[in-house]
Write a protein that binds this ligand. Structure first.
Ligand SMILES: [Zn+2]
Length: 402
């Protein structure tokens, strides 16, 4: 049995009903003021470097060794390690530093506080979790003699685009053999142990170009695509509705883009769609894509020329409910008066990579809701931010069951 004497740290008792002046709120305010829009979405966007410098500076001031992992030119992960000679239960806090663009959000980088909420781009996705993790590691840096395990903070780049940051972390840090990881994303303070993954791919049909005055001379790739679309809508989508996971819900497929033709008077020789297939724990993206291709090939007229090309693959997360990280997290949640059942979410996070490539049992936990993430009115509840910070610090301080 895990220790029953979990003590909430950082004055969690004072949290209920009182947002006060917890230091995590200042960190959050600082972070939202720093524009870290991922340049993948907006040419000329600054990326994560200013947030990275901010995290580095705080870690240095707290006396925590910190290093950079270059991922792209001018974009690097920040890895801080609070080592107290107890690596066997080393715990990783991972949070991404990038955000999606401001879009139509007003004052996106000037945080506004109204009704106990902080508004701004990245407020809930995921600067609130990053702030909480920074606060938790600083809290323990000041009390390192009583810290029962090593702590690692990875503030990663590029989660919003192609997860390059966490992949880079795993390339370099596999020797850590981290005992568990908490990935920060808005989960409404629920312990998430399962998430969907995705298999995104393009399907291209090929025909033969001809002048549109003699279409019979050509082979219209758009018409060829009709059979593909019908197959997805009428066969594959209904089939997937029958495929579900107890924590994550249903698998799904969606056609997001279609592109073809250059000119009205030419029969198009190629047509391409982009498909987003959300996969469940137990499914593998490569296998799913290959099976789709086989099944599609069997449905299409035999003279159809088509190709299926991988765009982005991500595993589902399916952490063993009996893993120490899950049990400890649920105990801490109980101590703080939060939900004590692990849940699943339909979106992907860096956690699946930590589990799949690093073999690190991982959960996702953070304040705020995915419903507000990326939105015009992104906000996070300040009380939840304090609770999350308390959760991270308390989890770090959980003593071993042995
Ligand atoms: Zn996020």
């Amino acid at each position: 049995m895990m220790s029953n004497n979990i003590e909430a740290v950082g004055g969690a008792e004072a949290v209920a009903g009182c947002t006060g002046n917890h230091p995590v709120l200042e960190i959050l305010d600082d972070l939202v003021r720093i524009n870290s829009v991922n340049p993948y979405y907006e040419e000329g966007a600054p990326g994560e470097s200013d947030v990275a410098c901010y995290v580095e500076e705080r870690m240095r001031r707290a006396g925590i060794p910190v290093r950079r992992q270059q991922v792209f030119a001018g974009r690097w992960n920040v890895v801080a390690e609070l080592s107290v000679g107890k690596p066997e239960r080393a715990l990783l806090f991972e949070s991404h530093m990038d955000t999606v663009p401001a879009g139509s959000m007003e004052n996106a980088f000037e945080p506004q506080i109204r009704d106990g909420r902080l508004y701004g781009r990245g407020a809930c996705d995921t600067k609130a979790t990053l702030a909480g993790m920074i606060w938790a590691i600083e809290y323990w840096a000041a009390r390192r003699d009583s810290l029962p395990r090593d702590l690692v903070l990875c503030a990663a780049v590029d989660e919003e685009a192609a997860f390059r940051g966490v992949l880079r972390f795993l390339e370099e840090d596999r020797e850590h053999r981290l005992a568990g990881a908490v990935v920060g994303e808005p989960t409404e303070l629920r312990v998430v142990s399962a998430t969907k993954g995705c298999a995104r791919f393009a399907v291209e049909t090929r025909g033969k170009a001809a002048h549109s005055s003699m279409p019979e001379e050509g082979d219209n790739a758009i018409y060829r695509m009709l059979a593909v679309l019908s197959y997805i809508r009428d066969r594959e989508a209904p089939r997937l509705e029958g495929l579900s996971h107890p924590l994550c819900g249903r698998a799904s497929i969606s056609v997001g883009t279609i592109e073809s033709g250059g000119q009205i008077n030419i029969v198009p020789e190629r047509c391409e769609i982009q498909v987003d297939r959300r996969i469940l724990p137990g499914e593998q993206p490569d296998v799913v894509r290959e099976q789709f291709k086989q099944a599609l090939g069997a449905e299409l007229p035999s003279d159809t020329v088509f190709e299926v090309r991988e765009l982005l693959s991500d595993w589902a997360l399916d952490t063993d409910p009996q893993a120490a990280i899950v049990r400890e997290a649920l105990q801490v949640a109980g101590k703080l008066g939060l939900a004590t059942e692990a849940v699943g979410v339909p979106y992907g996070t860096d956690a699946s990579k930590l589990q799949q490539l690093g073999g690190i049992p991982s959960i996702v936990f953070g304040p705020g809701s995915i419903a507000q993430a990326h939105s015009k009115h992104e906000w996070v509840d300040l009380e939840e931010v304090i609770q999350a910070a308390t959760f991270y610090a308390t989890l770090a301080g959980v003593q071993s069951a042995e």
